[in-house]
Design a protein around this ligand. Structure first.
Ligand SMILES: [Zn+2]
Length: 286
C-alpha cells in the first residue's frame, strides 16, 4: 500500500467555496479554500488575520477545535482539516467569512466532494514527515491517546459509552486517502439527547439540527445510520482532523481510547514541541 507520508506535497487546482450554518454559532458562514505555495501548510484567514493551522494556535477544544490568533477565532475546524488531509492537500489558504466553518451535513464528506471535484496537483517537493523515536501519549479522565513509532499512519479508536445505543465500538485502519474518503469522511457528528439542553445553555450547538447531527436517544437514533458503527468512525474522523494540526504527516500507530479534541490536540502539540527542526526539513524526528 502506498504510504502518503512519502509522497510529494499537493495543493488544490482551483478555488472551492462552501457555505452553511455553523454548528455552534448558528450563524451563516462561508469558506473559500484557495491553492497555496509549497511548504505554506494550511492557513486560515479571517478579518485579515492569518492563522496557521497548527496545534499551538488552538484556543478552544469544547465540542470542537477552535483556532485563534490576535483575538480572532474560528470554530469547528476539525472536519475541514480531516477532509484536507483525506484529499492529500498539504497547502491551502482557507478564508472564513463568519466565526465558524460551516457544519454542512456534520461530516467531512461535502468538503471531500468539493476538493475532489476541483482536483489536486503535486508540487514536486516531499511532504514533511513526523517520525517518532519513542511512544508519546496524553491522558485525562480515563481517556488517552498514544502514538507509537511507525512508518505509516494508523488509527485504532476505542469508544466506550455507558449507553444502550452505543456501548463499545472500535475502528482500526491504516490511513490511506481512498479508504478515508469512502469509510471515514461520511461519518456524521452526534450528540446524546441528554446533552442537548446543557449545550444550548452553554451557547453551543446553536446551529445543530437533525440535518447536521445524529441525535442519540436511549432507544433510537434521529435518522438511519450510514454505517452501523458510524459514531466511532466519526471519532476517528475527528482524530484525523485534530492530528492534522501537526502541520506535517504523522508516521505513527495511534491508539485512542475515549479521546476527544482536548487530548488529540494536546498530543499534536507535544509531538510538535518535541520535534527537532529548524527551518524546513522533510523528515522531522520527535
Ligand atoms: Zn466531529
Amino acid at each position: 500500500m502506498a504510504n502518503p507520508a512519502t509522497e510529494d506535497q499537493r495543493t488544490l487546482r482551483g478555488e472551492v467555496r462552501l457555505s452553511g450554518v455553523g454548528l455552534h454559532s448558528g450563524e451563516m458562514c462561508e469558506i473559500i479554500v484557495r491553492p497555496a505555495y509549497v511548504n505554506a501548510g494550511i492557513t486560515f484567514i479571517r478579518d485579515s488575520v492569518i492563522i496557521p493551522a497548527i496545534a499551538g494556535n488552538v484556543v478552544g477544544t469544547s465540542r470542537g477545535a477552535t483556532i485563534g490568533l490576535g483575538g480572532v477565532r474560528i470554530m469547528t475546524i476539525e472536519h475541514l482539516m480531516a477532509a484536507l488531509r483525506g484529499c492529500g492537500v498539504d497547502n491551502a489558504q482557507v478564508e472564513v467569512i463568519g466565526s465558524e466553518i460551516p457544519a454542512l451535513d456534520g461530516s467531512a464528506k461535502p468538503f471531500v466532494e468539493a476538493f475532489e471535484s476541483i482536483g489536486t496537483e503535486s508540487q514536486g517537493k516531499a511532504r514533511r514527515r513526523y517520525l517518532l523515536r519513542k511512544p508519546v501519549w496524553a491522558m485525562k479522565n480515563g481517556g488517552y491517546i498514544l502514538a507509537s513509532p511507525s512508518e505509516s499512519f494508523s488509527i485504532t479508536y476505542i469508544m466506550r459509552y455507558d449507553h444502550p445505543m452505543i456501548g463499545s465500538q472500535t475502528i482500526d485502519f491504516v490511513f490511506e486517502e481512498s479508504l478515508f474518503q469512502r469509510e471515514i469522511a461520511p461519518a456524521r457528528t452526534f450528540v446524546l439527547y441528554e446533552e442537548v439542553a446543557s449545550l444550548l445553555t452553554q451557547r453551543l450547538a446553536q446551529g445543530g439540527s437533525i440535518s447536521n447531527t445524529i441525535v442519540v436517544w436511549q432507544d433510537h437514533f434521529s435518522c438511519e445510520l450510514g454505517f452501523p458503527d458510524e459514531l466511532v468512525r466519526h471519532k476517528a474522523l475527528d482524530t484525523v482532523g485534530d492530528l492534522a494540526l501537526l502541520g506535517g504527516w504523522l508516521c505513527a500507530d495511534v491508539v485512542a481510547v475515549k479521546s476527544g479534541h482536548a487530548l488529540n490536540v494536546q498530543l499534536a502539540k507535544m509531538i510538535s514541541e518535541m520535534a527537532v527542526c529548524d527551518g524546513w526539513e522533510d523528515s522531522v524526528y520527535a
